[in-house]
Design a protein around this ligand. Sequence first.
Ligand code: VGL
Ligand code: ZN
Length: 198
Amino acid sequence: MKTLLVVDVQNDFCPGGALAVNRGDEVVDFINARRDEFPLVIFTQDWHPAGHASFASSNPGTQVGQVIQLGGVDQIMWPDHCVQGTHGAEFHKDLQVRAGDPVFRKGQDSAIDSYSAFVDNDGRLETGLRAFLQDRNIGLLEVVGLATDYCVLFSVLDGLRFGFSVQVNPGGCRAVNLDPDDEERAYRQMRDAGAVIV
Ligand code: VGL
Ligand code: ZN
């Protein structure tokens, strides 16, 4: 049984949002149109407490886009985004999230970022997604969402690392592209790690 994993299709990653992904809103119709092909659709939300350590505003003297060390790992400084309970953290209003669809929230530890839907960036705390999938004998994921070069990328790499078969559907993904080559590099990394780009 193939499960659709929809990563971070939230207002702040869409045009007009705090960390807007170019044409990020285009994934909404694509995902809505495909969701009925899947018996199970799982959503994630980037879900930061105010003052989260990944925000430039929480690290005086830093600028958005700068890389600092946080808990022993590289951390890009982001604008404040997806703060718990704010409009920016809500799903895009047209995204079909139905009653009963599981939602996993990540990035809730104020001290460490979490790009992956599975585990924090320092590899310690899991979101529960791995156990959820294993308990239901789900071995195959199709991943879509925002952004290709961060949360989609790391979710895919962790999914593979945890033994799942992972497909990525570019029609349902858009990239931040801090560097214009980031999207292409992300697809290459995912393919090299064993993902199938459909
Ligand atoms: C993301 C940057 C910071 C993402 C989340 O969802 O791709 N990117 N936080
Ligand atoms: Zn974030």
